[in-house]
Design a protein around this ligand. Sequence first.
Ligand SMILES: C[S@@+](CC[C@H](N)C(=O)[O-])C[C@H]1O[C@@H](n2cnc3c(N)ncnc32)[C@H](O)[C@@H]1O
Length: 228
Amino acid sequence: MQNFILNREIAQLAVFQRIELCSPILKKLRKLLGRYFFSVFLSKYLINPVRISKSYLDLMEKEFFLIKKYFKNNHKILSIGSGVGGLEILMSKKLDSHITFIEKNYVSKKIKYGWDKMNHEAYNNLNLLKKFLLDNGIKKDNFAIFDFDQDKLPDTKFDAIISLYSLDYHYGFELYEDYLKKVMKPETILIFDTIRPNYFKEIYEKVDIIKQDFHTVHKSKRVVCRNL
Ligand SMILES: C[S@@+](CC[C@H](N)C(=O)[O-])C[C@H]1O[C@@H](n2cnc3c(N)ncnc32)[C@H](O)[C@@H]1O
């Protein structure tokens, strides 16, 4: 696929959501000048959108490669905390699927990358998410976006649910636990990153670990959960 089409604002969001997209110099400046200055200034003016577009696509292609075998064509997919949705663009195109997004519609002033017990941290803008999807060729009938804080969440059943570095990574699984019971069928697959995979063996029939991160703050594992 050719590079993602994105403007500077979208590239900035992608950097917030995937700090590994930051250049080493920007990471150093962030340490030196602090998170606030990084969030409002450095991350906006000292990035190269063309470079971010390429490295974000590379990263999302790797993510897609890892999980694609769990999806079938025409699956109804729910994405919780997609960020700007690069992975979902690949899924929509390569799997011909409809994607429902649940995300937050604000950017925290001082981006922190830790466990957020109160779920106050967010790094997204839903207008820019929509723009990114449309600009990259996803038809408006093939997606729906829900604001976690404002909208009634969809209550249809999904074939697959994905939440990379969001559910049980930045905030507790408990926030979505009841909701997930409503929207999962026995055969629905649920993929997310967590530091406590064993906890989910009490909840789901089958829990497979498909990736381990040793170099991130959380040292998380990616799990695929299902009941069949
Ligand atoms: C670290 S980013 C990961 C983005 C994307 N999944 C990726 O892998 O590039 C975490 C995302 O979770 C979103 N988020 C935070 N709280 C949320 C909630 N309660 N529901 C849905 N998304 C949430 C943030 O706005 C942010 O975009």
